[in-house]
Design a binder for this molecule. Structure first.
Ligand code: C2E
Ligand code: CA
Ligand code: CA
Length: 767
């Protein structure tokens, strides 16, 4: 018996020692608490074995070993508490309980050591143990009250507390994990039971020691290694169940083995109890695949639900075993509706114009490219649509009206070009349409635009829209280049209010090239003095010379004389015009100064002011500065302004003109009677001279009526105290008529074309 006990004890001690060494490799805090527990358990067993094996006559040693064994049971419970603390996560930051446990254990240990002398807890006596016959002899423990009771109380209360900790944890944890705590709890109860029996049955050998070790081993296993049976599977199934993805699993022969809630919902089978529906789905799907070998695939599907479209992405995957044999398959279905709708929304925003809802530049280019690529054989054209003077329109009627106009144009396109025709708003007031050639009908679309785009309720202002058409010859060409070409076509009719449509041809391409060359040559031309001032005489009704209009010419070193019409509009677009104008004004002033010196102070020069100049420079400062610099009379420098130049920011510009007039300059309205000119202008603008445009009269078929109008305009101007000059006078007959009508001054080829200053001076004897 005694040998059996000792051998068992030693085996367990060795086993635990090995465990301690092995556990050393695991770096976890809980392992440290376990090693502490195992170490105390080893000592407890060794002390108990030593006590039992003490030979007769060594009573003192037996007392010491028993005393240590009793003290170590205290520390075993302390170690257990340490472990419980980490294992359960309770008392994480709490040091009080450990403090109390340690205090009592220390007190009890001291008391047990003192027992060697005072024997107030127990004493040992050499005893023969009988079990039927004499079994063995050893130093048995005889307890003394109340000393022993206090030791028992300390150990058991601490042990009960630790048990309580495990008990509470076991009750509060989810069912799956409860076993981890329960096993420890039960082992604990058994040990306590055995221990109580040992204490009160007064048996010399404390068998519970063996159970201590078993407890330690149970703790080691359940604390570190044990994963509740089925936990993995159940956790996996939980995660699959809760997935936002639908999962359907099938075995080798097509039986459905699992369907998660999401899949049921996606298939509209939330309430279904068996898997019949899904098995049929799989069978049908397999049939659709035909005889081909099954492979993993992914596909997307749409489902229309009322006015909503749902998008799903389904994956089919085979399940293979380690040897690659087919053992089953599963489908995963993801509801992509939100992502796809979001993507589509973003895409829509990127490719559509917010204001009109039709394609924007990006959308138009993409879509047109796609159409041309998919069907390169159909002959198509690009129609570029441009609202003339849209900025002016915006300024006159407000941005809201401007927006309305754009929406209206988009509406026309929607109505006219329902399918298979791509249209979009490229920028500001520019639209483009890509359509089969036979759908382009110039008459129809211009008529349409003329009526539909008229400003509602405004009889004076008519929206003028121009079209540029490019017939696509090479469908692989960049769509933006095609649009450029259509736009260039418009440029050729830009200043012609009678024309609505223009077609691109190669010549226009050359023109674009030439224009680019002119723009890039500007700076150099300025530095080189290639811009010259030409003068065209302005003659009084009695034939005397009054002055001249300064008209610029570009003396190009290679291309020769370039007329202003070829570069002025370009420089207006690129913002160079004010530099050029300032150069011409300077030349004019220098000329006036020279004439003054020659005693011809009565002659004037009219200079042109571009509408753009109003934006780029301070006209007041510039002109007053110039006349001061050249010491000339401001009335000799006449300022030619078109009505459109002052239309934007009207009141500001009118104030500027008033200040210039106050300073002494004469203001002329240029091109009166062309373009947007209205009689209203004369009411608001304080001007000195009105310059009638002969072109206006020439273009009409009813000459008589035109002359009546012209007659009236001259009469009206005179009544307002405004002088009248007519330009573009080419015939004697015109001169005669204008003279009778009361026109004060004339300018035109009838008298002279614009000419270089020297020629002018020579011819008119200005020297
Ligand atoms: P504009 O100010 O209306 O100038 C009158 C234009 O009519 C001049 O053309 C002139 O040569 C032309 N002309 C004069 N008499 C007759 C005629 O009897 N019959 C015909 N058919 N035409 C006649 P030009 O010099 O080619 O100038 C064209 C336009 O270029 C000018 O029109 C003006 O708007 C602009 N321009 C010319 N020089 C300058 C300048 O220095 N600065 C600015 N901003 N614009 C200028
Ligand atoms: Ca002019
Ligand atoms: Ca003019």
């Amino acid at each position: 018996m005694i040998q059996g006990f000792c051998i068992t004890g030693i085996i367990l001690v060795v086993f635990m020692a090995v465990c301690i060494v092995m556990m050393g490799r695991i770096k976890k805090e809980i392992v440290n608490t376990m090693r502490f527990l195992f170490a105390v358990a080893i000592l407890t067993v060794l002390c108990n074995i030593a006590a039992v094996l003490t030979v007769e006559g060594e009573e003192y040693f037996a007392m010491l070993m028993h005393g240590l064994y009793f003290a170590l049971t205290d520390w075993l419970v302390v170690a257990l508490f340490y472990f419980a603390k980490h294992y359960t996560g309770y008392f994480d930051k709490n040091k009080t309980v450990v403090g109390i446990f340690s205090f009592f254990s220390i007190v009890d240990t001291i008391s047990l050591l003192a027992n060697l002398y005072f024997k107030h807890i127990f004493y040992c006596e050499w005893t023969d143990i009988y079990q039927g016959t004499l079994e063995y002899s050893c130093y048995a423990v005889h307890t003394r009250m109340p000393g022993y009771l206090s030791h028992i109380l300390i150990v058991y209360s601490m042990a009960l507390f630790v048990m309580g900790v495990f008990f509470v944890k076991a009750r509060n944890t989810i069912k799956l994990y409860r076993r981890k705590y329960d096993v420890i709890l039960y082992s604990f109860v058994i040990i306590l039971g055995v221990n109580i029996v040992y204490r009160f049955a007064n048996i010399a050998i404390d068998i519970s020691v063996i159970f201590y070790v078993l407890l330690a081993i149970a703790i080691g296993y359940f604390g570190l290694l044990y994963i509740p049976k089925g936990l993995t599977a159940r956790l996996l199934s939980f995660s699959v169940k809760d997935m936002s993805m639908g999962i359907l699993c099938f075995d080798l022969v097509g039986n459905c083995i699992y369907v998660n809630d999401m899949a049921k919902r996606l298939f509209g089978q939330a309430q279904c109890k068996d898997y019949e529906f899904f098995e049929k789905y799989y069978a049908d799907w397999l049939e659709e695949q035909g005889d081909e070998e099954l492979v993993d695939t992914t596909w997307r599907e749409q489902q229309i639900e009322g006015d909503k479209i749902n998008y799903y992405e389904t994956k089919f995957k085979r399940l293979l075993d380690d040897d690659g044999n087919f053992v089953g398959a599963y489908f995963s279905i993801v509801d992509m509706t939100e992502e796809i709708t979001k993507y589509e929304r973003e895409r829509y925003r990127a490719t559509h114009d917010e204001l009109t809802g039709i394609f924007n530049r990006v959308g138009f280019m993409e879509q047109a490219h796609m159409v041309l690529e998919n069907d390169p054989d159909t002959k198509r054209c690009i129609m570029y649509v441009d609202v003339k003077d849209f900025k002016l329109y915006n300024d006159m009627f407000g941005v809201e009206a401007g927006d309305k106009l754009l929406i209206k144009i988009a509406g026309i396109m929607r109505q006219e070009y329902p399918e298979n025709i791509v249209y979009g708003r490229l920028s500001g007031d520019r639209f483009a349409v890509c359509m089969p050639v036979e759908r382009f009908d110039e008459q129809r679309i211009t008529d349409y635009i003329k009526t539909a785009a008229a400003k509602d309720g405004n009889d004076v202002y008519h929206v003028h829209i121009q079209l540029g058409i490019y017939f696509i010859t090479d469908p692989t060409m960049d769509v933006s280049v095609m649009c450029d070409r259509a736009r260039i076509a418009i440029q050729s009719i830009k200043s012609d209010y009678q024309k609505y449509a223009a077609y691109y041809d190669e010549k226009l391409g050359d023109q674009l090239y030439k224009e680019k060359k002119l723009i890039s040559g500007f700076e150099e031309a300025m530095d080189d003095g290639q811009f010259r001032m030409y003068l065209q005489p302005q003659i009084a009704a009695d034939g005397t010379l009054l002055g001249a209009e300064a008209l610029v010419r570009w003396m190009h070193p290679v291309d020769g004389l370039i007329p202003p019409i070829a570069f002025i509009p370009l420089f207006e677009q690129t913002g160079y015009i004010h530099k050029l104008d300032m150069c011409v004004w300077e030349l004019a002033c220098r000329q006036l100064a020279q004439w003054k010196k020659m005693g011809r102070e009565e002659l004037h020069i009219s200079v042109n002011i571009s509408a753009k100049d109003f934006y780029y420079i301070d006209l007041y400062e510039t002109f007053t500065g110039l006349v001061k610099k050249y010491e000339i009379a401001p009335k000799n420098l006449k300022l030619e302004i078109t009505e459109t130049a002052v239309m934007t920011e009207m009141s500001k510009q009118l104030k500027l003109l008033d200040r210039l007039r106050e300073f002494g300059f004469h203001i002329e309205i240029d091109d009166f009677g062309s373009g947007y000119s209205s009689l209203n202008t004369l009411k608001d603008m304080n001007v000195d001279v009105v310059k009638m445009d002969m072109g206006f009269l020439k273009k009409t078929e009813h000459q008589d009526r035109s002359r009546i109008i012209m007659d009236a305009m001259i009469a009206m101007s005179k009544k307002l105290g405004i002088a009248v000059i007519t330009e573009g006078v080419e015939t004697e007959e015109q001169v005669a008529f204008l003279r009778t009508a009361g026109c004060d001054m004339f300018q035109g080829y009838y008298f002279d074309k614009p000419m270089p200053v020297e020629q002018f001076e020579e011819k008119y004897k200005v020297s």
